[in-house]
Ligand binder design. Structure first.
Ligand SMILES: NC(=O)c1ccc[n+]([C@@H]2O[C@H](COP(=O)([O-])OP(=O)(O)OC[C@H]3O[C@@H](n4cnc5c(N)ncnc54)[C@H](O)[C@@H]3O)[C@@H](O)[C@H]2O)c1
Ligand SMILES: [Zn+2]
Length: 382
């Protein structure tokens, strides 16, 4: 049995931020990072909210939010006892807010999660975190990224405002856009995929291939491409909330925890080899798992315009199209291009593979990997 809960409410289209004007007499805590809090758009949002509410800003979130961010945020939470939490930022600010709300309610048993209205306003088009029950928190000491998966992490409202992503720098546009593609592909081939998640994943994949190169090349000149990428990000988030992800993300979490590289960039490097492995095309493995994956990936190839003569050829074409897209976006295709030292990488391989095997995303990967499969993938992607 599977269940789909259609939360949160999604607000999008022109003047989406007007939704915030409906808030009156609330104690609001905005959770964000220093960069976002310095933007004119942020000042405008804060001023609008401050007309009818009390507003406190917690702006200390750093990329890949560590446990320390959550602890500091809980302190602000306890001092203000908010009725509304608003996360504004990329996946890092959103995940930090999710962690703060979740753990603040856990440690203060008198505060009930249902008494807090949790609004998320993404400023990157990537993680889909505004609609997911995921949050990724980093333990810096252990070099690990923990994906939390809990219903209580789901925001109540996701607000998509294109204005906030118009100025995204090209590199962030590329990295976060490839994260969207990875979410949609992994959701589509997941062992938990359903016609509901398929519909969303398929749309997100089409939107990324049509709009990411335009959003990257045209920057703020192509509002339509920016808007579509922002929607694709949320759509892919909905798809993977329903279907979950796979080892591309398991490995990305472990690699990100070890080498502190940008999440979407890691995903991009891994995609080709993870697809070929899942489809049994690296080790000529034929079994029901790889046959199903081969079929699902060839359907994705068809979505992006590949004529499917045979599934093997289609999947090879899919990976070539992905590599071409990475090149267009000037993204690395191997980990050596990040400047990671070869011996440091080799030394870390066993621990990364172990962490990836235990990751929350591994059970829904289309093919069940063992430790040497993951180590092989890490070697091939260096
Ligand atoms: N919760 C989930 O479902 C989920 C899914 C995938 C990834 N993640 C996590 O999300 C994090 C990555 O999030 P991200 O890719 O959005 O990046 P991010 O939030 O770390 O932001 C990257 C950089 O872009 C800047 N930035 C954000 N918005 C901007 C804007 N509009 N203009 C200019 N700069 C802007 C930020 O200040 C930051 O310096 C990772 O920790 C990853 O593990 C979470
Ligand atoms: Zn991701």
């Amino acid at each position: 049995m599977q269940e789909i809960n259609l939360v949160p409410k999604i607000i999008f289209g022109d003047h989406a931020l007007d939704y915030l004007k409906e808030m009156v007499n609330e104690r609001i805590v905005i959770i964000t990072d220093h960069f976002i809090s310095s933007l004119p758009n942020f000042a405008e949002i804060k001023e609008t909210l401050a007309i009818n509410n009390t507003v406190t800003v917690f702006q200390d979130v750093v990329p890949d939010p560590p446990i320390e961010n959550i602890i500091a945020g809980i302190k602000t939470f306890e001092e203000t006892v908010p009725t509304v939490i608003i996360a504004i930022g990329g996946g890092s600010a959103i995940d930090a807010a999710k962690g703060i709300v979740y753990f603040a309610c856990k440690v203060n048993t008198q505060i009930d999660r249902s008494s807090i209205y949790f609004v998320v306003i993404p400023t990157t088009s990537g993680t889909g975190s505004e609609v997911t029950d995921f949050a990724v928190i980093t333990d810096k000491d252990k070099g690990l990224k923990y994906p939390l998966v809990e219903d209580d992490l789901l925001p109540d409202a996701a607000l998509l405002e294109t204005d906030l992503v118009m100025e995204l720098p090209p590199a962030v546009t590329a990295d976060t856009g490839i994260d969207v593609l990875t979410h949609a592909i992994e959701a589509y081939v997941s062992t938990n995929a359903s016609p509901f998640s398929d519909a969303l994943a398929e749309k997100a994949i089409r939107l990324v291939f049509e709009n990411l190169p335009k959003a990257y090349a045209a920057g703020k000149k192509d509002r339509a491409a920016r808007e579509k990428m922002h929607q694709a990000s949320t759509i892919a988030g909905l798809a993977f909330t329903m279907a979950s992800l796979g080892i591309n993300h398991s490995l990305a979490h472990a690699i990100g925890g070890t080498f502190h590289l940008v999440h979407g960039r890691i995903n991009g490097v891994l995609l080709k080899n993870v697809i070929l492995y899942n489809a049994g095309l690296i080790d000529s493995q034929r079994c029901p798992e790889t046959d199903r994956a081969l079929k699902r990936y060839s359907e994705i190839a068809q979505m992006i315009g590949v004529t499917v003569k045979n599934p093997q050829f289609a999947v090879q074409q899919l990976t070539q199209n992905i590599q071409r897209l990475l090149k267009q976006l000037e993204m690395p295709q191997t980990f050596s291009e990040f400047g990671i030292d070869a011996s440091q990488y080799a030394e870390a391989t066993a621990a990364i593979a172990q962490a990836a095997l235990k990751d929350r995303c591994t059970p829904t990967n289309p093919r069940k990997p063992n430790i040497s499969d993951l180590e092989m993938l890490l070697k091939r992607t260096y």
